[in-house]
Write a protein that binds this ligand. Structure first.
Ligand code: ZN
Ligand code: ZN
Length: 362
């Protein structure tokens, strides 16, 4: 578990932001933001932070856990009633409170509106930008998750066999990840074969693997709440077909260009363009339809997003964890994606996933 002092630092950072957000308090209910700020990993709870108070409300199931995991927060015993919500908020004694616009439902907002004497201010982002740059402990957890994913990805050529259903391959990989030490999957494993591999977010189904198929496996492990993410592409056969092999090389070149040229301080857009330009020069611009990558940590998709739609002024900084996942998808034919989890350092991107890139499965 990370040292408690990091949570003190984060609390201080949030308090410094309150004037900028034009609020006297902040209510945090989203699980990842709550865990990042307090250390509390339970499924139910709310944080309320003001200039001089740090409160955590949770229900009976978590009283002891919250006391242990979030020692910098004062426990408020919540029985999940509107009356308790009112008392909890009265405890803070502040008139303007920020609420997470992205993570608050209409139902929750309705309950908050019943509390007298508080003006609610919807904030598009609260601690998300602070979560981008990882601490050494966070990097270590992601490294462990990446190593597990690496080891199991290397077994795909032994696990995936012609005649197996996609979902059977996914289940074998899931068991292997758990046996190798993953506390959970980072997300549902993606196994896409044949024409399905042209669908970047295909859900593994009953299609059976056939000789000559393109195959995409996208998976990640979770350790200490932190996620890893990795994709490899394979060809089912002794020797990949010429078009498959050429496309595979193209995706490799796009990924290599990013690892060679991305530097801290570059705009997110410019990093994305490093790969996009490689596809465009090869006449495949329209076959790379998604962003180059995404931040990851407590969430599998978090800030920053490497995309042509990123704001011009948003940059990638030292300590940011991102995926680099160029892909090329030809409708009805198949697709190829290669994805690493990588850390931005002073010298550029360093991959945390290393499993060899070999297009053939015998
Ligand atoms: Zn992925
Ligand atoms: Zn990803």
């Amino acid at each position: 578990m990370p040292q408690t002092s990091i949570f003190q630092e984060r609390l201080t950072a949030v308090r410094h932001k309150l004037p900028e957000w034009e609020v006297d308090g902040l209510l945090i209910a989203s699980p990842s933001n709550r865990r990042w700020l307090s250390g509390f990993s339970g499924s139910n709870g709310q944080l309320l932070v003001t200039a001089n108070k740090a409160l955590i409300a949770t229900d009976f199931r978590y009283y002891i856990q919250a006391t242990h995991e979030a020692p910098h927060f004062t426990l408020f015993r919540h029985q999940r009633t509107v009356e308790d919500t009112r008392n909890f908020l009265a405890e803070a004694g502040v008139p303007r409170v920020g609420v997470e616009a992205k993570h608050t439902t209409l139902e929750q907002m309705d309950e908050l509106m019943q509390v007298e004497n508080i003006t609610w201010v919807g904030l598009a982002k609260t601690v998300e930008p602070m979560r981008q740059v990882k601490t050494a402990a966070e990097v270590q957890s992601i490294q462990k998750a990446a190593a597990i994913t690496d080891a199991i990805m290397a077994q795909v050529p032994q696990i995936a066999r012609v005649g197996m259903m996609e979902k059977a391959v996914a289940w074998e990989l899931e068991k292997a990840l758990r046996q190798a030490g993953a506390e959970a999957l980072a997300f549902d494993i993606l196994v896409a074969s044949g024409p399905n591999s042209a669908l970047p977010h295909h859900h593994p189904g009953s299609r059976r693997l056939q000789a000559g198929d393109a195959l995409i496996v996208d998976m990640g492990a979770q350790v200490d709440g932190y996620k890893s993410d990795m994709t490899r592409s394979f060809y089912l056969g002794e020797k990949a077909s010429v078009p498959y092999f050429e496309l595979y090389q193209l995706v490799m070149r796009a990924q290599t260009a990013v690892f060679q040229q991305a530097r801290p301080g570059m705009s997110l857009k410019a990093v994305d363009a490093l790969a996009r330009d490689v596809f465009a020069r090869a006449g495949h611009a329209e076959h790379f339809g998604h962003g180059l990558g995404h931040g990851l940590g407590l969430d599998i998709h978090e800030d920053p997003f490497l995309s042509p739609r990123a704001a011009d002024e948003d940059t990638i900084e030292v300590g940011t964890m991102v995926t680099i996942e160029p892909g090329c998808y030809l409708p009805d034919w198949g697709g190829i994606r290669l994805e690493e989890t990588a850390l931005m350092t002073e010298d550029g991107l360093v991959p945390l996933t290393h499993c060899p890139k070999e297009p053939n499965i015998v």
